[in-house]
Every structure is written in structure tokens, then in C-alpha cells.
Write a protein of this length. Structure first.
Length: 385
């Protein structure tokens, strides 16, 4: 890719640009303060204090206590850890409830567990991408170990009614986990609120303008938890392995910045998304938005372009240095259409003709205008072929 032509990055649900302020905060822990935070001497305890500060910053963004924050390597580890813990706590509970629109980190784990004798109930969604809370309630059984429902869908941005769902699960005395990787930092989350019955919640740093390789599992202080990784006593005995200090410090700073910029995310980024989406619907015939347009993230739109193949559009956009995606970055290159759009009842053709555009505070109006200039031309060219 030419260095002279700047990239227009409209795929922020796949990963995000690292904020320069985050890089600045973490650099000393890659150079000067390289000690092991578990060490007893001052050089190590200085580093441990930086980890504690990061924990406090993450907790502030999530509205919880610092000791409820467990640092992991990524959102996938956080997801897997929550479910694995619930299944090991009670051998009589071997049933899991989740949805057909989860991230592959949940989907693949559920499929793997099903092959090993566990039972998994996969809840469907309607055309808006929403599950039926009444169906969820009926699905919970006496042997259900955990219910996992994502807070915001990574492909459509659709927001689940998490507090209603968590309340239903809580009344059934079952663990509730939410993959909140896409939601954290984009919408307010207050896990200490009286109406919050979330036991476990997953976060991924690289969705928050932080480097890849660090995540968080929120573990409610009233919830029992069995470690997924065994070894040393790091993370208060809940996750073994020497801490990735520089990335943890970076995540703490990223969470602080996310809290400060959330109002901007909900105003300026939403305005960019809406301008882009409305112009596409107006200028390009045969286009439809996938999913609930009211209850969704402020930065995400999934659009179906009738009569075209999304992979062909991606190739032509890439030649013009514009990045977006046909769905989850974790399934790029798959021959199968989006499992999320198929679960919503859409045809294979519509699923294969859909593109996801996701924006961030680093996007500009000029970038959106350029994309809006090129995209109608690309769609028209492909349709004429």
C-alpha cells in the first residue's frame, strides 16, 4: 500500500488505532520500568503500583471495584475463562445458554463443549437481531451453569437489553456473562448499579485504542470463580502468568480516555455514522441497514447492497485505501456467509452482499466524504458487470 495515500480506516470494530497518549503512557514500562510486579524489592513494587493504577482506571470506566478487575490476554481468553469457571464449579450443572449471534470466541467454545457431552441451547434472534427474553427464561434449566449474551453485536452493533436479561438469569440463580468487547468505552456501563446482575463481563484492549494482547474479565466480588490458567498467584490468585505490564498500563490509560471521550463518541462519531449511512441509503438504490437501527452502538452500521458480492467491493475499496469488512475480522476469508446475518433470518445472498462500517473518534468528515464519493461508483461498476 502506498505511503503517500493515507488509509481511510472504517473498520474500528475489528481493531482500533492506538491513541498516541496511550503509547506515551506505556513506553516507560517497555524500557525503564521493566521489573516483575511480583518481586519484593522496590524496583518491582513500583511496577506493581502501575498495575494497580491501571486496575483502578478500568474499574472506573466499568463502574465497579478495582478488585473485580482481572487482567487477561484478550477478549477470547476472558470469554473462555468465564464459561470454563462456571462449568467447573458445579458438576451437576452441565448446560449452557447462549445465542446464535455471539462472537466466534463463544460460538467455537460452545461447539467444542457440545462435542464433549455438555448441552448448549442456542437462542435465535429476530430480524432486528434481538433475542426474546421470554424464550431465554424458558431455556434456563435447573442444570444450567451459565448464560452468555453479548452486550453489543460486533457485526451489526445491535445492543441487547442486558439488564433485563441479567435480571431474568439472576432470578434463576444462574451465572450471567456478557461479552462486552464492542460496548465498553462506547456506551455507559455501570456494573455497581442496583439493577446490574452481571457476574462476568469481557473487555478487549485493542477495541479501545490500546495495543493488542491485553483484555479484562470482570468478576463480580460476590461470584465464585475458578482460574482458567494455573501457576503463580498473580491477579489475586485468579489468573496465573506474569503480568503484561506495559499493555496493562496502556489499557488503563485507554479506559481513562474512553471515559473522557464517550460523550464525543455518542455525538460526533454517531453523526459521522448517520451521515454515511443516510447518504448511502439515499444515493445507492437497493440498500438496506441490517438490524435494529434504534438500539445499537453509535459507531456501527451494517448495510446490504443488493446484487453485489461484498468481497468484490472490499477489493475495490482496498485499492482506494479504504478499509471496512464483510463481518467479523475473526472470520474473514471464510467461505460461509455471516452467521449473525443468517441467524437474523436473512438470505445467503443478502448476507454475502453486506458490509460493516465502524467509525471512531479518529475518523474525520473528509474521510467520510471521500468514502461516500467512491462507494456509489464502485457499487454501480459491479452491478453493471
Amino acid at each position: 500500500m502506498s505511503k503517500k495515500e493515507p488509509v481511510i480506516y472504517l473498520d474500528n470494530n475489528a481493531t482500533t488505532q492506538v491513541d498516541p497518549a496511550v503509547v506515551e503512557e506505556m513506553l516507560p514500562y517497555l524500557t525503564e520500568f521493566y521489573g516483575n510486579p511480583s518481586s519484593a524489592y522496590t524496583f518491582g513494587s513500583q511496577v506493581a503500583k502501575a498495575v494497580d493504577k491501571a486496575r483502578e482506571r478500568v474499574a472506573q470506566l466499568l463502574g465497579c471495584k478495582p478488585d473485580e478487575i482481572l487482567f487477561t490476554s484478550c477478549g477470547t481468553e476472558s470469554n473462555n475463562s468465564a464459561i470454563a469457571s462456571a462449568l467447573t464449579l458445579d458438576p451437576d450443572r452441565q448446560h449452557i445458554v447462549t445465542t446464535r449471534v455471539e462472537h466466534s470466541a463463544i460460538m467455537k467454545q460452545g461447539e467444542w463443549l457440545a462435542k464433549r457431552g455438555y448441552e448448549v441451547t442456542w437462542l435465535g434472534v429476530n430480524e432486528q437481531g434481538q433475542i426474546d427474553p421470554a424464550e431465554l427464561e424458558r431455556a434456563i434449566r435447573p442444570d444450567t451453569a451459565i448464560v452468555s449474551v453479548m452486550w453489543a453485536n460486533n457485526e451489526t452493533g445491535v445492543l441487547s437489553p442486558i439488564h433485563e436479561i441479567a435480571s431474568i438469569v439472576h432470578k434463576k440463580k444462574v451465572f450471567f456473562h456478557s461479552d462486552a468487547v464492542q460496548a465498553v468505552g462506547k456506551i455507559p456501563i455501570n456494573l455497581a448499579a442496583e439493577h446490574s446482575h452481571v457476574n462476568f463481563l469481557s473487555v478487549s484492549g485493542h477495541k479501545l485504542h490500546c495495543p493488542k494482547g491485553v483484555g479484562v474479565l470482570y468478576v463480580n466480588h460476590r461470584s465464585k470463580f475458578n482460574p482458567y490458567l494455573l501457576g503463580g498467584g498473580q491477579e489475586h490468585g485468579k489468573r496465573a502468568g506474569t503480568e503484561n505490564v506495559a499493555s496493562i498500563v496502556a489499557l488503563g490509560k485507554a479506559c481513562e480516555l474512553a471515559g473522557q471521550s464517550m460523550e464525543q463518541e455518542n455525538r460526533e462519531v454517531r453523526a459521522l455514522r448517520d451521515e454515511f449511512e443516510n447518504t448511502i441509503l439515499e444515493k445507492i438504490p437497493g440498500t438496506q441497514v441490517n438490524g435494529d437501527r434504534e438500539h445499537r452502538l453509535p459507531n456501527t452500521t451494517s448495510i446490504a447492497f443488493e446484487g453485489i458480492d461484498s468481497e468484490a467491493v472490499l477489493m475495490l475499496l482496498d485499492k482506494n485505501h479504504i478499509c471496512c469488512s464483510a463481518g467479523s475480522a475473526c472470520t474473514t476469508g471464510s467461505l460461509h456467509p455471516s452467521h449473525v446475518l443468517k441467524a437474523m433470518g436473512f438470505s445467503t445472498e443478502r448476507a454475502r452482499s453486506s458490509l460493516r462500517f465502524s467509525f471512531s473518534r479518529f475518523n474525520t468528515k473528509a474521510e467520510v466524504e471521500k468514502a461516500l464519493h467512491l462507494l456509489p461508483q464502485i457499487i454501480a461498476k459491479l452491478r453493471s458487470m
